[in-house]
Design a protein around this ligand. Structure first.
Ligand code: RB5
Length: 148
């Protein structure tokens, strides 16, 4: 059974979100779309927060959040307890964000990536596994130090 993926974007990420939803569904993932639902100007925190909460509450396994740069989405997501969001602009970053940081949300910058780059980053993120061991100790420290 493939993972359930929460997706969200603002207006800047809307087109890429729609393309990635099609791609994920073809790949067999179940997609939970938290909006936005068109390209009219909107505020990324509204969509990032709802999708991130669904991952924190284990209603979805992972999240993919898209705005112009991915930065706003990552700032919001990382304020939700239990979320480790990584803003990735390369396949290597996406792979390492899973292997070392156990990232549960990927954020993407639609103004910085073309569709093929974004798909490659998504595939690397979803197919990489957390390595645990010393990396788990560091994640436990994040939780202890921040309470998040
Ligand atoms: C919207 O113009 C833009 O600021 C937003 O998509 C995002 O890049 C913020 O981090």
């Amino acid at each position: 059974m493939k993972e359930k993926i929460a997706v969200a974007s603002d207006h800047a990420g809307y087109d890429l979100k729609q393309e990635l939803i099609k791609f994920l569904e073809i790949e067999g993932y179940k997609v939970d779309d938290f909006g936005t639902n068109d390209k009219s100007s909107c505020d990324y925190p509204d969509f990032a927060f709802k999708a991130s909460k669904s991952v924190a509450e284990k209603l979805n396994d992972f999240g993919i959040l898209i705005c112009g740069t991915g930065i706003g989405m990552s700032i919001v997501a990382n304020k939700v307890k239990g979320i480790r969001a990584a803003n990735c602009c390369s396949v290597d970053m996406a792979k390492l964000s899973r292997e070392h940081n156990d990232a549960n949300i990927l954020t993407l910058g639609a103004r910085l990536l073309n569709l093929e780059e974004a798909k490659s980053i998504v595939v690397a993120f979803l197919n990489s596994k957390f390595e645990g061991d010393r990396h788990l100790r560091r994640i436990n420290k994040i939780n202890e130090l921040t309470g998040l």
